[in-house]
Design a binder for this molecule. Structure first.
Ligand code: FES
Length: 191
């Protein structure tokens, strides 16, 4: 007899969170909640499986294909699991001119994976992305939610070595005041 695996719904034990997200939108615009719902799943499970797509579609009264349509439009959502550390290399013009192509090639060599892949251990995944909105501090590497700016080969090596030790290093202070944790780190290192 085949035993069917049942997957517990993601939002089953997150009723408050679900209500908070849905309440951000009027009833007629409830479908807009698809983005934050997808994001909650993506952040927690590092991908959005078919079952989660169905669940979100059910919550919002959408077709699964509509949810998938949103997923395919944004580089944020993934059908396959990302690595624990998801490395995103900006490949748009400012970063490309400042050396992001070489940074990408170096990461490919170091990690043994290419754009869109996750390594066998599930530690790293690599993705080329469009402008990360920090063109003035190109080239930019984003690791999970952290921006590493004005990347050089030595900074890249430093970041990768730290990640391999399972440490997410503090970013450098590059944006003049809007990077609070980096600013704090710099002040502490100078005192
Ligand atoms: S071009 Fe890379 S952050 Fe804008």
């Amino acid at each position: 007899m085949i035993e069917l695996e049942t997957i517990r719904p993601f939002f089953e034990d997150k009723k408050e969170l679900l209500a908070e997200i849905l309440n951000r939108y009027p009833d007629y615009g409830r479908r807009s909640a698809v983005m934050p719902l997808l994001w909650e799943v993506q952040r927690s499970e590092r991908h959005v499986s078919e079952a989660r797509v169905e669940e979100i579609a059910g919550i919002l009264g959408l077709h699964a294909t509509e949810v998938k349509g949103v997923m395919s439009f944004y580089s944020t959502y993934h059908e396959q699991p990302l690595g624990k550390y998801h490395l995103q290399v900006c490949s748009t013009l400012s970063c490309s001119l400042a050396g992001s192509d070489q940074m990408y090639d170096w990461l490919v060599e170091e990690l043994g994976i290419v754009n869109g892949e996750t390594d066998r251990d599930g530690l790293f995944s690599l993705q080329k992305v469009e402008c990360l909105g920090s063109c003035g501090t190109a080239p930019v590497l984003q690791v999970n939610d952290v921006y590493y700016e004005r990347m050089t080969r030595s900074r890249c090596k430093e970041v990768l070595a730290a990640l391999r030790r399972d440490e997410l290093p503090e970013p450098w202070l590059e944006r003049g005041g809007d990077n609070v944790s980096a600013e704090k780190a710099q002040i502490e290192s100078e005192s």
